[in-house]
Design a protein around this ligand. Structure first.
Ligand SMILES: Cc1ncc(COP(=O)(O)O)c(C=O)c1O
Ligand SMILES: N[C@@H](CCCC[NH3+])C(=O)O
Length: 420
């Protein structure tokens, strides 16, 4: 469910006509619905209300400060994967005591910042990282709370680029190495092994991979207990999918029920790291048609948003619904919707039936709230788009469109200003 709708002929976000926002801020433009975001967070949180739990929103999905601050107000924690995400989460008011730090390549500087902030837990992904965190914590007179991320070797049946829980993926540790890690963590003075972590992939649309992973995690925890290692936190990661087209992922309520059923009576605080399911359908990308052309071979709709603004179609062949901002009686034609980037792989949709459009028309690319702006780049020296948040009948600019000055910030010509 989301709050993008057509009360009459024009697309609205909550109670604001999308066209009105575009008149003010131009295209391309990401537009987010606060009501959708809040509703998704609350539905997800509610699904786990019968057990001790903490929802750590996965910042990588959409890290705009306003989005993070809105979630912070609802009591969300954060799943971060970099020093930059730590900085954002704290700036947005998410307490460090609700932050978990995942990722295979944490640097010393990032670990130090997280230790100084006293985050809830490090989700550790290698034995070398574990040792480094232990040494650094000891040096700083601290004890780092850690979980090892185990790789349960289950197939999440998602796009290979976003599957993370197979043995061949770079994420986590195989069970035997993880066990070794817990033994090490128990002995090292700077470490307190308090959790077990597992995340198997993203855009998962079935319950079974989650349940398979949980089964292996539970078996692993029993093994730990046999060794006298008792954990408090069970972090099951994120990954619940959303409908982009005709997928039918389980509703968070059923996902919650299924996991909770497996955990009833166990003395763990459950941590969840949802990203896409919270923010994916709370955002759209609005773009303007620049030109149309029919090459005889194909019909193209050339728009002002490209793969630099929304990478998912080019990167994964992902499907995003595209709808006209103004609905009119028009003939349906099959087109490729392409951007201005000089790459043949720059498309938002291929072979897509769409109502015929003309230059100047606005199109909305739906379900673009997750892994949209965060993956945008400046390729072809294109400033990244504006981001706008809608709340009821109000709308707020939450990130300015980048300027040409932003594009060259930090660049230096060595032979100017006496440099060389
Ligand atoms: C460790 C970790 N946690 C959480 C997430 C969030 O995943 P999703 O947006 O699919 O919920 C990801 C991304 O896949 C991740 O790598
Ligand atoms: N960027 C991916 C998801 C990656 C999840 C991060 N572990 C997507 O757009 O679907």
């Amino acid at each position: 469910m989301h709050h993008f709708w057509y009360p009459r002929k024009e697309l609205y976000c909550e109670n604001v006509p999308v066209g009105e926002i575009i008149e003010k801020f131009g295209t391309p433009c990401y537009i987010y619905s606060l009501a959708t975001l809040e509703r998704h967070y609350q539905a997800f949180d509610q699904a786990f209300s019968s057990v001790g739990h903490l929802v750590c929103y996965s910042v990588k999905a959409n890290s705009n400060l306003a989005i993070l601050a809105a979630l912070a107000r609802l009591g969300a924690g954060a799943d971060i994967v970099s020093g930059g995400e730590l900085y954002r989460a704290i700036k947005a008011g998410i307490p460090a005591s609700r932050i978990v730090f995942s990722g295979v390549g944490k640097t010393e500087a990032e670990i130090e910042a997280a230790l100084k902030s006293d985050i809830l837990m490090f989700n550790v992904e290698s034995l070398q990282e574990l040792e480094l965190i232990g040494q650094m914590a000891s040096r700083m007179g601290k004890e780092a709370r850690v979980a090892l991320r185990i790789n349960p070797d289950v197939d999440p049946q998602t796009h290979p680029y976003i599957s993370t829980g197979l043995r061949k993926n770079k994420f986590g540790l195989p069970l035997d190495q993880a066990l070794e890690g817990y033994r090490l963590a128990r002995e090292m003075p700077g470490l307190s092994p308090v959790g077990v972590d597992c995340h198997i992939g993203s855009q998962i649309t079935e319950l079974s991979p989650f349940l398979d992973a949980l089964k292996r995690v539970k078996e692993f925890i029993s093994q730990l207990e046999e060794e006298g290692i008792k954990i408090r936190y069970l972090d099951l990661g994120g990954g619940l999918g959303i409908p982009y087209r005709d997928e039918t992922p389980p509703h968070p309520t059923y996902y919650g029920q299924a996991l909770v059923k497996e955990l009833k009576g166990l003395p763990y605080t459950l941590i969840l790291e949802p990203g896409r399911v919270i923010v994916g359908n709370a955002g759209i990308l609005v773009t303007r048609v620049l030109y149309t052309k029919d090459t005889g071979e194909k019909r193209f709709v050339i728009v002002d948003a490209g793969m630099n603004d929304l990478a998912r179609p080019s990167l994964y062949g992902s499907y995003h619904e595209i709808v006209p901002v103004r609905r009119e009686e028009r003939e349906t034609v099959v087109v490729d919707v392409v951007g201005p980037i000089c790459e043949s792989g720059d498309f938002l949709a291929r072979e897509r039936p769409l109502p015929e459009v003309a230059p100047g028309d606005l199109l909305a690319v739906m379900s673009a709230g997750a892994y949209g702006f965060v993956m945008a780049s400046n390729y072809n020296s294109r400033p990244r788009p504006a981001e706008v948040l809608v709340k009821g009948d109000q709308f707020y600019l939450v990130r300015e469109r980048e300027s040409y000055d932003d594009l060259i910030r930090g660049e230096i010509i060595p032979w100017e200003d006496g440099h060389a």
